[in-house]
Every structure is written in C-alpha cells, then in structure tokens.
Write a protein of this length. Structure first.
Length: 496
C-alpha cells in the first residue's frame, strides 16, 4: 500500500493579536490569471537557481499522482494551468480487521475490492496533492497569520518552479477507516481513525492512465509523472507497479518519485526502483533567520516567519518587488557552488542502503519547510484566503497555508526541473533526463553536521542544533546525498 510517508504539516506558532486593519479583498484578485511566472520567488526556488532559467515548463504536462486536488483549487491555481478535463481518480474498496493470529498486535488483515474510476477531487483526509501541485505551478497567497505576526503583505502570487507547465490531477490516494488496535504499542494505531493511502493497484492504474494519455490525446507532448508517495522501507516494488512504470518509461513518460521519509531505515518503492528518478530532501541553514545567515539568531530570539519568501519577482527579470514588510535578506540563498555549504540533508530523507537490493537515490531537492496551500482540516470547512474573515485565526475555522516537510515536497521540484529540460528538448527519454539532472547537480559531502535554527524545540528552547548525516546507517553502508543538490540552471544548460 502506498501513502505520502509522514509529510508533516506544521503551523508556525504565532500569538494571535487583534487585527484592526480588516482585509479589503472582495474576491480572488487573481481569478483571471493564467500563470504565476511573474510571481515572487521563494527560498527553495532560489536554492535551485530557478531565477537563472528562462524556461517555464510551457507545453509540458505534469501528472500529479496523489490525493487529488481540493474542490476549491481555483482559489490557488490559475485555471489554465490545470487540465481538469483530463483529471481522474482510482479507488479500491479496502476492508480491514485485526489479525487473528495474535502474534502481531499491530497487524491487520486486508480484503481488497474491485478497482474503479472516480473523480480527481481530492481526499478529505489530506490535501497533500494540492500542496505538491503548488510547488510546480505556483499559487495565489495571502495569510492573516502574517498580519497577526506583524507582516502586512498584500495578496500576491508565489511563482512555481515550472509555472507554465500543465497539471493533470490523478487521485490514487484515498480515505480509509482503520480499525482500533488497542494492544498495539503505537498510539496512532490504538484508536480507530481516518488514514489516507493507495493500493499498488490504484497507483499502477494512475500510471497506466497517464501512459494511455501519452499514447493518445497527448501523443507527441512531453509528459512527466510526479509520485510523492511510497510504501514501507526496503520493500521490493510490486509486480503491478513495476509493469506500469516500465510501460510508462517505454512510452516516453518521465517518472519521478519520492525517496520516502524513513531516514536511515532506507528507501521505499516506487522511488527506490532504479529506472525511476528519485528525490531526497534538503533544507536550508538560513531557515527562520532574519538575514538567512547561519550563526545569526533572529533578533526576537524566536523566528522570522517570512524567511521563506523573497522580495523578488519572477518572469526571468530578477526585478525587485514591493513587499516592504520583508526583511532585506528574506529568502535569499547563497549563489553558485557555495550553496552546498548552506544546506543540510533532512533527517527524514531516506538513505540508499547497500544491504538492500536495487535501491537508487538520484538527487536531492528542497523538502524541509516548504510553504504552500494545505487547506482544511479534513472537511474543507475553511474561509478562502481572499475572504474578509479571520476564521483562520480564531474559532475552529482552519487556515489555507502551511509549511510542509517531506521528500513529497522535494519530488515536485525535481519533476518541475524535468519539465524545464523537456521544454528545451521534448524528445528526451527517462535515462537522458536522469543523466542530465544527476550530471548537473552540485555534489554534497557524504557526511556533514551543519547547525540549523530550530524555533520549535520544546526541550531546551529555540537555538542552533546540528543536523547530521553520514555513510553509516546502523552499521550498514548507506548514501544520503545521491548525485547532490538539484540545479535548474545547470540542468537546462546541460540539455542538448
């Protein structure tokens, strides 16, 4: 079974203050927009040098195999950037019951029903797929929490990594009710609850659907699959998923998948399958800091909440914006090869273990604290970001935007750069795109332990803490870095 492995949504805690200056928005000001190419850059786009690239992914289709999109996705995305008419979902009934042998208190028996097609409108247990898509094509943004934190930003668009690519939403992860396992030591399994995952058959059906598009209505068009999902660490890929991936690659589809979030335990399929382009995660040592400079704690001793956003617009011009509320160095990462000294390998990012057959970690991309739309609390009962209300700050009305971390977030960065490469040369095949991404990546040291500001440490308080990685995973040789840090400009330059 496949699930977005622990891609954790984290809300930066902020004291709620009375907002005296009510928003004047009377509707979505970007409702007629067709692209976010002129939107603001972020730390993660700067880290992979997207500002040095003219390509925008125009003409390239990126199928996001995930939880689908929220029903109100037009609040965030330009309609022109999503082929809703090609969107689809695949579901399979699954019945669970506690294992009867009594040997495994956390074990369950599974009965699967017949696979069927359904809508691409997403799971109510998670809006994971909406966040993933936002990295690719960008999104419209305004958060009351920013104003409450002292940063009065207007409504803006945040630039996507491939802002003119076209998303095909394919729902392969759905909502299921797990039985209560009261004797299981894992507290998450002791009570009945909603879980979001997909079966191997659902994922394979999504892949086959995209391949059918590639061989049909999208014949001659470059197509990328983004799979920010994975199963248990070190499991071999299922026969049905392997067959679907092999067929997709043979048809010319570029397949990108998450390495998974199991750290030293190892990678999971389908990201571990060698023909797939796999994405591990890095973070930035400048996160949460006023000036992005490691070693300089925030002036308030806690955090700078807008560290993720730059005061620079897109469209390849590098022109400054007008967000006076941002600090001078907001979201600004070091340029050139020196950037490798300012990144860390996320502790959750799965390592390639040498004791497991055929694991293959390809590249690393930003996956820690990625800002984006993650609306709702399971029922979408929230006010749109463009409304006048402040229900996202008070009462039980959840917000629209969260920081999310996981290789799920790294994967769309890689898929987006693949789209930029394919815009330049639509005829490239899987092995060629993988070679370009790996060959243009900036190598990272196989071991490291940089200091990173953690404003949320509840034990010793905010401070700098080391985030280590090395070549040993519980006594087993492993690789945490692959070919290194993804670089958009290097990849496009290396594309014939």
């Amino acid at each position: 079974m496949r699930t977005p492995r622990r891609s954790l949504a984290v809300i930066a805690a902020a004291a709620l203050v009375l907002i005296t200056a009510q928003a004047t928005l009377a509707g979505n000001p970007f409702a007629k927009s067709t692209t976010t190419a002129g939107g603001y850059h972020t730390w993660d786009s700067d880290l992979i040098d997207i500002e040095n690239v003219d390509q925008t992914g125009a003409g390239v289709y990126v199928a996001v195999l995930d939880t689908g999109l929220t029903s109100n996705w037009t609040d965030y995305f330009p309609k022109a950037r999503v082929r809703a008419d090609l969107g689809v979902g695949f579901e399979q009934p699954v019945n669970f019951k506690a294992a009867v042998d009594g040997k495994n208190p956390c074990g369950v028996e599974v009965e699967k029903g017949q696979l069927r097609k359904t809508t691409y409108i997403g799971s109510r247990g998670s809006t994971h797929g909406t966040h993933v898509a936002s990295t690719i094509i960008g999104y419209s943004y305004r958060a009351n929490a920013d104003l409450a934190g002292g940063f009065a930003l207007p409504a803006i668009q945040v630039r996507g990594i491939a802002p003119n690519a076209t998303i095909i939403p394919v729902k392969v992860l759905s909502d299921y009710q797990m039985p209560a396992l009261p004797k299981c030591p894992d507290p998450l399994l002791q009570k009945q609850g909603l879980v979001v995952f997909g079966t191997n058959e659902m994922v394979a059906a999504g892949i086959d659907y995209v391949t059918d598009l590639k061989e049909g209505v999208l014949k001659g068009k470059p197509v990328v699959i983004n799979m920010s999902l994975g199963g248990a660490p070190n499991e071999e890929i299922s026969v049905v998923e392997m067959a679907a991936i092999n067929r997709a690659i043979a048809a010319g589809v570029i397949v990108v998948a998450a390495a998974s979030n199991d750290g030293e335990l190892g990678m999971s399929a389908p990201g571990s399958y060698p023909p797939v382009i796999s994405a591990g995660s890095v973070g930035w040592t400048g996160e949460w800091l006023d000036d992005g400079a490691s070693g300089n704690p925030p002036a308030n001793g806690a955090r700078y909440r807008m560290w993720w956003l730059q005061n620079v617009r897109g469209s390849g011009t590098g022109t400054a914006g007008n967000l006076s509320a941002l600090y001078a160095g907001s979201g600004d990462t070091v340029e050139g090869t020196a950037v490798v000294d300012d990144v860390y390998v996320s502790d959750f990012s799965s390592r390639e273990r040498q004791d497991v057959h055929e694991q293959d970690l390809d590249v690393l991309a930003p996956g820690s604290w990625v800002r984006g739309p993650y609306p709702g609390d399971g029922n979408y009962a929230h006010l749109p970001w463009w409304s006048r209300g402040i229900g996202d700050l008070v009462g039980g009305n959840p917000g629209n935007f969260y920081y999310v971390g996981g290789t799920s977030m790294a994967t769309p960065h890689v898929a987006s750069v693949a789209a930029l490469v394919l815009q330049k040369n639509p005829g490239l095949v899987q092995a060629e795109v993988e070679a370009i991404l790996e060959g243009s990546a900036l190598p990272l040291a196989p071991t490291g332990s940089p200091l990173v500001w953690d404003p949320f440490n509840t034990t010793t308080g905010p401070g700098f803490y080391s985030v280590p990685w090395d070549t040993d995973c519980d006594g087993v040789p492993c690789d945490a870095v692959g070919a290194g840090l993804l670089q958009a400009d290097g990849a496009v330059a290396a594309t014939p």
